[in-house]
Design a binder for this molecule. Sequence first.
Ligand code: NAD
Length: 358
Amino acid sequence: MTTNNVPTYRAVLIGLGGIGGMRAATAAGSAETYGPMPQSHAEAYQRHPQANLTAVCDLRPEALEQFRENWKDVWPDLRTYTDAKQMLAEESPDLVSVVTSDHAHANLVVDAAQTESVRAILCEKPIATTLADADRMIEATAEAGVLLSIEHTRRWDAQHSEAKRLLASGELGPVRTIHAELYSQRAMLFRNGTHQIDLINYFADGDPAWVVAELEEGFDHYTEYQGDGGKDPDSEPYASAYIRYDNGVRAFYNTYKTDFPGSQIVVTCEAGRLEMSDRHGRVIRGASHFEWSSTDLVAGSLMYERIVGALHELIHTLEHGGTLVSDGAEGRKTLEVILAIMASHEAGNSRVDLPLAP
Ligand SMILES: NC(=O)c1ccc[n+]([C@@H]2O[C@H](COP(=O)([O-])OP(=O)(O)OC[C@H]3O[C@@H](n4cnc5c(N)ncnc54)[C@H](O)[C@@H]3O)[C@@H](O)[C@H]2O)c1
């Protein structure tokens, strides 16, 4: 369909938890023109001028009812389903968001990819919880020529995008080491750790070659995903790991369940260093041991950021071609590091070489 000479795309959303369906409280009508950054897929579809959400799906009828109530002024004719396959068949969407829990992405992505009308899928992170599932998703989308983007949100925020640009410019020289930390009661390996591991992969710009790691005490049984979809922090361990990349980058992933919440990542290069947290970023350049300059990492702001940035990139890539910043292969790379961390712990904290057997 085309409106004002701009093509619009039929979209559907599967999974109506917070990140799927939440609507932030804003002054009436303000969200269409200004207001806070979209925090959910529904808000991203509301804001993007080329997306038209026609239907949503959840296994829980009460989630559908709540969604309909929350969004009735925006989408009065929205249709609701409890069966995703039925929705895909009846709605003929172009775009599909998969926002179900971590271990419930694969079948839905495969079903969406095999739906004739579908051209692009935005799937929440982590891509999956097993390599077999990730491979099914990548194969099904590749076979159908459908774009697959994994929503590791920080790849579309202004600060981390600017950091990536600065590193790629060569101004700071080659990356040597990366230290990523995550501390909060939700420092869970799959659910939240995936963001930090994904950032390490993003900045390392190579392939992980081997890993040595230790899980939280009391998690010796954790040899495969045993989480509850990311609800209870006790259902997933925190971890510490050393990740060696094929291009020589040495990375450290260190997390702990603390009351003090936060995360940071430090990228040290041959001629400078980037220090970034969720609050602040700075660039350090050193002329000697005694003279360091420190400036803010000035990121400006992006027209489309975070989830709506991911959606915008998908639509832009559909129309103009190009490579997605977080495609299925990138999502799989992050999952493989998570699984290697578990495998190293299981093997008595010894070195695990990648690639892992699927
Ligand atoms: N990118 C981010 O920053 C970010 C933030 C929060 C959550 N997430 C991710 O988003 C995903 C969802 O998280 P959540 O906290 O909203 O989960 P949730 O468990 O609260 O909600 C998931 C919803 O999906 C529904 N569902 C499950 N299987 C379904 C199926 N086959 N068909 C239809 N509906 C189905 C459930 O009924 C539930 O309502 C997870 O993968 C999580 O890691 C990402």
